[in-house]
Design a protein around this ligand. Structure first.
Ligand code: ARG
Length: 345
């Protein structure tokens, strides 16, 4: 490869090319994230099995851990936008739940639990301002809030041409259909894959599955995405779907998942994850990634870790163009509900 080829790759500010492009083929690409400081973070209600109101939260320590994550992203050249935390919304720190952005088009969440409901509007306002300020790229747009119960990137993970979509705990199948329609996934060549979650401890997809390489990360557009997941967190049919789609996936075990090792963010080379997840750190290293462990025990008290605190903004890089991509539709692994009727493939 000539140096000019290397230069053509998006270099990370502050990170040498030698570090960015590894011999193993792993490449870090700059990302744009949205985070919310844990200014009002606390555990005052219990809406997942990890939350325990009797365990006190150390606010200063939570803030220090959150800052360390933000600094780790920035140190590797990523851009972090920050949304103002709102009083009375202790879970707002889990920014991944604020919505989902595909090609610069943002749909804000609609939360299942009353305690978090006001977060949806707060994130919708932020997306709106971001679109107007050009943060979502040329042609970026904010679509307001979802009509259906939809907990954003907590349940919606883009893996190359697939939008992996959790169901059964928070985000509904009706929300999957809404996303398909409102984000125009088919026209973008993105297929939504419904995955049924069955373990209340892994109530959001991002606690049971991590996208490590979106298939574009190594510079070839045709590479299959690489994920890690906990098979037991999924219904049998969804497990089959995952096996078929990702034969090469890293399989996590119960200890990896319980340490929030799947609640990870990858830039294609660095995998940012909970320092407690020692097993997952070793597994990703074996596959050529560089794990970046972050101490996160305070924010774990709310039932979330690194990924939960990180929303990926995918700004539209170019003006939208009319596409003639064929409609691919929604893959549903569920049997009964008639979800995605007429769309199933
Ligand atoms: N306490 C929050 C809840 O139960 C934690 C959310 C974690 N976020 C995530 N993306 N998994 O809703």
């Amino acid at each position: 490869m000539r140096t000019s080829d290397l230069r053509a790759r998006p270099a990370l500010p502050g990170v040498g090319l030698a570090r960015t492009l590894r011999p193993g083929g792993r490449t870090a690409r700059p990302r744009t994230f949205l985070m919310c400081p844990p200014t009002h973070f606390d555990v005052v209600y219990e809406i997942n099995p990890w939350m325990d109101r009797t365990v006190p939260v150390d606010a200063a320590r939570a803030l220090a851990q959150w800052r360390a994550l933000r600094e780790a992203y920035e140190r590797h050249g990523h851009t972090v936008h920050v949304i103002d935390p709102e009083p009375g919304l202790p879970d707002m720190v889990y920014a991944a739940n604020g919505g989902v952005v595909v090609d610069g088009v943002a749909l804000a969440a609609r939360f299942l639990h009353a305690q978090r409901r006001a977060e949806g509007a707060a994130y919708a306002r932020w997306f709106d301002a971001a679109a107007r300020a050009g943060v979502l790229g040329p042609g970026g747009a904010a679509l307001g809030q979802a009509d259906e119960v939809d907990e954003g990137e907590g349940d919606l993970l883009l893996a190359g041409p697939l939008l992996l979509a959790g169901a059964g705990m928070r985000t509904t199948r009706a929300a999957h259909r809404e996303l398909d329609r409102r984000l125009g996934l088919a026209a973008r060549g993105v297929t939504l894959v419904t995955l049924d979650l069955v373990d209340p401890r892994y109530y959001h997809l991002d606690t049971a599955l991590a996208v490590l390489d979106d298939g574009r990360d190594d510079g070839r557009d045709d590479a299959p995405p690489l994920i890690a997941y906990l098979p037991e967190a999924f219904a049998p049919k969804s497990r089959e779907t995952l096996r078929d789609l990702f034969p090469d996936a890293i399989l996590a075990d119960a200890a990896d998942a319980a340490a929030f090792g799947l609640n990870a963010v990858s830039d294609g080379l660095h995998v940012y994850l909970d320092a407690a997840a020692t097993g997952m750190r070793a597994k990703v290293r074996e596959r050529g990634f560089e794990p970046v462990g972050v101490e996160f025990d305070e924010l774990r008290k709310g039932g979330g870790s690194v990924k939960c605190c990180t929303l990926t903004l995918r700004p539209a890089l170019v003006e939208p163009v009319e596409t003639t991509a064929p409609r691919v539709g929604v893959v549903s692994t569920g049997s009964t509900t008639g979800a995605a009727a007429g769309l199933e493939v």
